[in-house]
Design a protein around this ligand. Sequence first.
Ligand SMILES: Cc1cc2nc3c(=O)[nH]c(=O)nc-3n(C[C@H](O)[C@H](O)[C@H](O)COP(=O)(O)OP(=O)(O)OC[C@H]3O[C@@H](n4cnc5c(N)ncnc54)[C@H](O)[C@@H]3O)c2cc1C
Length: 230
Amino acid sequence: MTNVERSGAGFTSTLDTDETVTSRKVLLATGVSDDLPDTDGFEEFWGSGVYHCPYCHGYEVRDQPLGVLVTNQHMVEYAKMVYNLSKDLIVFTDGQDVFDDESRLTFVERGIEIEDEPIIALNGSDGNLENISLADGHNVARHALFYPPPMEQHSELPEQLGLDVNEAGLVDATRSQRGIGFTSVDGVFIAGDASSGAPPAIVSAVADGYAVGATMNGELSMEDFEVGLQ
Ligand SMILES: Cc1cc2nc3c(=O)[nH]c(=O)nc-3n(C[C@H](O)[C@H](O)[C@H](O)COP(=O)(O)OP(=O)(O)OC[C@H]3O[C@@H](n4cnc5c(N)ncnc54)[C@H](O)[C@@H]3O)c2cc1C
């Protein structure tokens, strides 16, 4: 879908084929895209050795030599979660000034190495991460690397519609007694990863899609009921 705009009491959407579709409501379930570092190998191993979600991929790599890439202070709590998966943990800061002395000590006291050298490349074979090359020339063997990338809306449609987004770039979703998935624009609904209302996981996206769909059906049914009175 390339465009969506208000027309009359509803919306007109233009598809990739230039066909147009009119509707009374719009549901966007357009997801997010991950803003990955352009480090060599990062994209290659994304989802097979480099992971964003300890809940999705953590169990399979538990107790293995793990790394976590922490490039700002907000990510420090995330690194602590990865420690729960494996005590063989190295925190990579990629040359960023992340830790003050006190928080650095809390990691070092737990036997967690902090590697401050910038990362040059991720290396491996057959889709498996094997080691991480650093700027000083040495390689660090790691079975998996965790990193929560910044995300952005996958689609321009939320912006076209002028939907409010939060500071994480997710479309603000509100709930009411009538249901969930309402946006700042009347008649437009949001579900799944693109929404502030659903944690980024398949099961949440499915559940959110179901509940927002039911909400929209409720809205349409009530509108039809009102029309039936006239
Ligand atoms: C590497 C990786 C591994 C993951 N592993 C897991 C896992 O193990 N378990 C888990 O629960 N979750 C996992 N996730 C998260 C999971 O993939 C998402 O939470 C889930 O896919 C979100 O579903 P969604 O339908 O909201 O969005 P998406 O799956 O992103 O689907 C949105 C769709 O909308 C399409 N789209 C966007 N704009 C337009 C447009 N203008 N017109 C038409 N179509 C459009 C996109 O192309 C896409 O197909 C993983 C994510 C990544 C990146």
